[in-house]
Design a protein around this ligand. Structure first.
Ligand SMILES: Cc1cc2nc3c(=O)[nH]c(=O)nc-3n(C[C@H](O)[C@H](O)[C@H](O)COP(=O)(O)O)c2cc1C
Length: 287
């Protein structure tokens, strides 16, 4: 089984399920392998993100290895999400991730099992799915998860084969209309305006973003591109958390993609130490 842990914006101390009652729509940072670690989650929370997912965690590794636990599960006491959306070949071959959308009874069982393991009824148990070509099967899956007590469902509006094809927001709307629990829309949201439009278009209770937040961690606060203040915040937070250089540098490459020229990228992207990056940022941006 693979899953992602969830944490809410700490300063608000809200239970994740409460957020769906108290927000116009909930703004969510998606699970991202290698990227949605504690330092990055701290950054996006500073810029109006309500709820964050850790990268996916493989249950067997988590149980077996202290290293896996320390690296992937930094903090979170708020909830667990069962990953039924990862289409990577290795995950599908192992029976994990998106192939679970074809086993609705198993998903129902897993939700029920996790729910029964945790005494606190406010602990959230959610799932993240992709859609079927035959949407009736997705609605059936969602209803089964709902009957098992799932707290909410995130729908990446693509099927297992689709990568860059347009997101089927109409399918997400139909799922929302046919269930009574919070539904979160996911796929191709790049700005706060996009998030608002998709919330209106689908009637969903939240919007989850992955690549849009990598490119601009301040997007939920309404910024069209990464503000310099956000880059400064990332430097401060990442250094405070002892973020490994590659992760620190990769995030900056993503964040600065839209605000640097080709020439600047050629220099910045090959820097190989934290001090070289800090010097570059200071010289070019006064950060
Ligand atoms: C770098 C990266 C890592 C990802 N890792 C995960 C993951 O660990 N678990 C998961 O369920 N989805 C993962 N995804 C998929 C995203 O959560 C999301 O469903 C997908 O990227 C569509 O959203 P977007 O259009 O906002 O990027 C990842 C996506 C990216 C770009």
């Amino acid at each position: 089984m693979i899953s992602d842990a969830i944490e809410t914006t700490q300063c608000q101390q809200k239970d994740p399920v409460d957020l769906f009652h108290s927000r116009h729509f909930v703004k969510i940072c998606a699970p991202m392998v290698r990227y949605s670690k504690l330092a990055f989650r701290t950054l996006v929370r500073k810029y109006n993100c309500d709820l964050c997912y850790t990268p996916m965690i493989i249950a067997a590794d988590f149980v077996r290895s202290v290293k896996a636990r320390d690296s992937e599960f930094t903090t979170s006491k708020d909830g667990i999400d069962l990953n039924c959306g990862c289409p990577q070949r290795w995950a599908m071959a192992e029976g994990y991730g998106a192939c679970l959308i074809n086993k609705p009874e198993l998903v129902q069982d897993m939700v029920r099992h996790v729910r029964n393991q945790v005494e606190n009824p406010r602990f959230s148990v959610s799932i993240k799915i992709r859609i079927h070509d035959d949407l009736k099967r997705t609605v059936d899956l969602c209803r089964k998860a709902e009957a098992a007590g799932v707290s909410w469902i995130t729908v990446h509006g693509r099927n297992i084969e689709e990568r860059h094809q347009p997101v089927h927001y109409d399918a997400i709307k139909i799922i929302k209309q046919n269930t009574s629990i919070p539904i979160v829309a996911n796929g191709d949201v790049k700005t706060l305006k996009d998030a608002e439009n998709i919330h209106h278009m689908t009637g969903t209770d939240g919007v989850m973003v992955a690549r849009g937040l990598l490119a601009n961690p301040a997007m939920f606060a309404g910024y069209e591109e990464t503000p310099l203040k956000c880059i400064q915040d990332w430097v401060d937070i990442a250094l405070e958390h002892g973020t490994p250089f590659t992760c620190f540098h990769h995030h900056l490459m993503y964040m600065m993609e839209r605000i640097t020229s080709k020439q600047e990228k050629k220099v910045f992207n090959v820097l190989s130490s934290t001090s070289a990056v800090l010097d570059y940022l200071n010289d070019h941006y006064g950060v």
